[in-house]
Unconditional design. Structure first.
Length: 367
């Protein structure tokens, strides 16, 4: 690859488009005649205010976000959001969570500190290899919201149909699928995503929240910074924000618009995922670990019959220029399909025959 870069399949921080990185590099020392780098400028400056406004406008256009939703850029990633959601939305002290893997479990554990958590559905019985039926959930009348992790990064499942929340607010962690396909924002009360998995550098989350969910009556013990309304009222400038992450995310928003928007990203992701899943389904060496109807287009877990063979494949792919295929420590090998389309001509190295031709073509086109 150009610049001697590898094909990085890390789920996050994830690979960014080469053209975007080149644009960032060109502006590094002197952003648009300002005489300084974005990392050096005041967040109160007119230059940065324009960066922030442009990023929000492009994201709103990209996702078709209605006017009655606020876009917030909040420091920290998923673990901050795990706490902010119940802190801000648990008005009655009751919430429903769908348990589909490691990240929904972390959200559940955090929410239990602030109120009663009802697990309305779970796929724990089969090691989170499927998405449970959410068409007739048991949702208490006093529940404040229903929470899902819409795409489980580690276990490789995704919702192809949203739950019936019985009229309750739907909250979704979209971190590892954010901006990978069109999204009807009006069906959610709150969408959030840690940007490092699909959009930009680590250290920030994007939260998209319906205005009626912004509250003045939070528990006085809730830290000021952890109030969504504080961020909304201050236009994400309550304190010094993660200016660099906002700038980089803004570049990705514009890039995606220029590439054809989310419908085009969805088309590319479906095309690439189909080739890979078709290969896994006919393979005599590899096996997929997720029910076919619930497979993620972004995160593809696969394994061989033994840990020794897993290690052999990971070593062979690394020698061929592919990094971070080993996957999460809680899983076997995992391939993270990103939405950015970049080319590459590195040879297949010394991979086993079954891995060489079809799999490597998919890997290259997936980054």
């Amino acid at each position: 690859m150009k610049y001697g870069r590898t094909y990085n399949f890390s789920a996050g921080p994830a690979m960014m488009p080469e053209s975007v990185l080149e644009e960032i590099a060109a502006e590094m020392m002197n952003y648009r005649g300002s005489g300084m780098c974005v990392m050096e400028m005041s967040h109160r400056s007119k230059v940065f205010e324009d960066i922030l406004a442009e990023a929000k406008a492009d994201l709103r256009k990209l996702m078709g976000i209605p006017d009655n939703y606020k876009i917030l850029f909040v420091q920290g990633g998923g673990h901050v959001q795990f706490a902010m959601v119940p802190m801000n939305l648990m008005k009655n002290g009751v919430a429903c969570y769908i348990e589909t893997g490691a990240w929904s479990q972390k959200a559940i554990k955090e929410a239990q500190k602030f109120g009663e958590v009802k697990i309305s559905a779970s796929s724990k019985d089969k090691n989170f290899s499927y998405v449970p039926d959410c068409s007739n959930l048991d949702v208490p009348a006093d529940a404040d919201y229903v929470y899902i992790c819409e795409n489980e990064t580690i276990h490789g499942t995704t919702y192809h149909k949203l739950p019936d929340t019985k009229g309750k607010v739907l909250v979704s962690d979209q971190s590892s699928m954010f901006l990978s396909r069109p999204c009807d924002v009006s069906r959610y009360g709150l969408i959030w995503g840690g940007v490092q998995k699909n959009v930009g550098p680590a250290g920030m989350a994007v939260a998209i929240i319906r205005e009626d969910l912004l509250r003045d009556d939070l528990d006085p013990k809730v830290p000021t910074y952890l109030s969504y309304k504080i961020h909304a009222d201050a236009d994400s400038l309550y304190n010094t924000p993660n200016c660099w992450a906002i700038y980089c995310c803004g570049k990705i928003f514009r890039y995606l618009l220029e590439m054809g928007g989310l419908a085009e990203m969805d088309r590319r992701n479906r095309e690439k995922a189909a080739v890979l899943y078709d290969f896994l389904d006919q393979s005599k060496l590899f096996r997929g670990t997720v029910a076919k109807e619930d497979r993620s287009l972004m995160n593809v877990p696969f394994a061989t019959p033994s840990k020794e063979q897993d290690a052999e494949v990971v070593a062979a792919t690394k020698a061929a220029g592919f990094d971070n295929l080993k996957g999460h420590r809680r899983r076997h090998a995992r391939l993270h399909l990103q939405r950015h389309a970049q080319g590459g001509r590195r040879g297949p190295g010394r991979l086993p025959p079954e891995v060489r031709s079809p799999t490597l073509r998919v890997l290259r086109s997936s980054t």
